[in-house]
Design a protein around this ligand. Structure first.
Ligand SMILES: [Zn+2]
Length: 443
């Protein structure tokens, strides 16, 4: 009898010592979130009951007092960390409770403290898209307050904004210190501002992954898939535009992309890993900012590497919009493209017209118009023009698309593509898709 009293006293004292996280909320039948305050960076865990047992998810699960949890749920805690029932593992540390539609987002979403900058921004954005497609009812971030599914879109806007500002600075060749001091994230992209305002270290982390030698971050290619290196962005062409406009079209052909904003990543070594080079940027950088001096970035070694990539290695180059503008005059690069930039008209609506309906890139393409810059590059060598443009008054007509096959490879120039309106036009997108396929000899 005395033993039994002692034993129950012991159990009671253990229960009294058992502590839950300071913040606990039942989010759905059989599902709870628990979190700590700021001193531990406001981390969270989730626990749920399934089949008579309690399961814990989240990096901090090992820090939780399991006795307290089982006292709350009335079911013993199962400490197995894999194969938990009713849970889909979306990414390392990211879990979706399918029945309750509750997402534990780990490091992919932070809702309050500073975001943990993920090692590959492009993968981070793709993962956020995947989380959005799950259509969760509630989101428990790894850190910060749990909330509704709107957290996914806000995190996405934050990631794109930090990408946009850092990538634009890199495309201009601005020094890291300038990018750090000029970064300004809109308040609506933040939660506990200013405590989640990115630090200089966060900017450095993004800068490193977007500049050589880290960039491009080579993701393991899917066997059998063609690879494209895509160099985007300059002072007048914000890199962010091309994530929404070029990327889905190129990838819809089954090609895997490595986007870069740092021209220094255009090297012979990087070209050797891909089948297709795409450039949408001019030849200038502005290291001292828009008021400072500009300079041409392309080196003779880069010109030679691009020429060899096409002519000797039999690969392809898709030259978009302004990618003949302000490149080394009379150099191998412009000779390879086959023409010259001589300026462009004002931003206005103009006509884009199929001049050779038999050309493989013109298949399914009909005349269109869009607001864009009317580029008017003359060709310096015999090329096959498949597209022309015409000003609204009809006075200016010029080449808008051509191909030729230097050496063993293929080259296509396609001139529209300044505005978002133009880039998103269905005929622009059709032409771009056809051009990628022609470059890869599928047409
Ligand atoms: Zn432009």
């Amino acid at each position: 009898m005395r033993r039994a009293i002692l034993l129950s006293l012991l159990i009671a004292s253990q229960l009294l010592r058992a502590e839950l996280p300071p913040f606990v909320e039942k989010l759905a039948p059989n599902v709870w979130a628990g979190g700590w305050g700021a001193k531990e960076e406001a981390v969270n865990v989730v626990w749920y009951v399934s089949g008579g047992r309690t399961y814990l998810i989240g990096d901090q699960a090992t820090a939780v007092d399991t006795a307290a949890i089982s006292a709350l749920t009335g079911k013993p805690v199962d400490s197995s960390r894999t194969g938990q029932p009713g849970v889909e593992v979306i990414a390392p540390g990211v879990y979706f409770l399918k029945t309750a539609r509750i997402l534990f987002a780990g490091d992919l979403i932070t809702n309050g403290p500073r975001s943990a900058i993920q090692p590959d921004i492009f993968v981070w954005l793709a993962q956020l898209d995947k989380l959005s497609a799950l259509q969760p009812l509630k989101v428990v971030p790894g850190k910060g307050s749990w909330t509704g599914p709107g957290a996914i879109g806000r995190q996405r806007r934050f990631v794109r904004e930090i990408f946009r500002q850092v990538a634009f600075g890199i495309a201009m060749e601005r020094p890291l210190a300038s990018i750090q001091s000029e970064l300004l994230i809109p308040a609506s992209h933040l939660v506990w501002m200013p405590y989640d305002t990115p630090s200089p270290e966060d900017v450095t982390a993004v800068y490193r992954q977007l500049t050589a030698p880290v960039a491009p971050i080579w993701r393991t290619p899917t066997p059998g898939k063609k690879q494209a290196l895509v160099l985007i962005g300059d002072r007048f062409h914000d890199p962010e535009h091309f994530l929404d406009t070029l990327r889905p079209v190129i990838e819809s052909t089954g090609v895997e992309t490595q986007f870069i904003v740092d021209y220094r990543a255009l090297t012979r070594e990087n070209l050797a890993r891909v089948d297709l080079l795409i450039i949408l940027r001019d030849g200038m950088v502005w290291p001292a900012g828009p008021q400072g001096a500009q300079r041409i970035w392309m080196t003779p070694a880069q010109e030679q590497a691009v020429e060899d990539f096409v002519v000797k290695d039999g690969k392809a180059f898709l030259n978009l919009h302004n990618s003949m503008g302000i490149y080394p005059e009379g150099g191998k690069y412009l000779r390879l493209v086959g023409g010259r930039y001589i300026g462009h008209g004002p931003l206005e609506r103009y006509h884009v017209e199929v001049s050779d309906p038999t050309h493989p890139i013109a298949q399914g393409v009909t005349n269109w118009f869009a607001a864009d810059e009317q580029h008017t590059p003359p060709a310096d060598i015999p090329v096959k023009v498949f597209l022309t443009n015409r000003s609204p008054d009809g006075k200016v007509k010029a080449n808008a698309g051509w191909t030729h096959e230097p050496g063993k490879g293929r080259v296509c120039h396609f001139a529209p593509g300044h505005t978002r309106e133009s880039l998103l036009h269905p005929m622009f997108q059709r032409t771009l898709r056809n051009a990628v396929e022609w470059c890869l000899r599928r047409r």
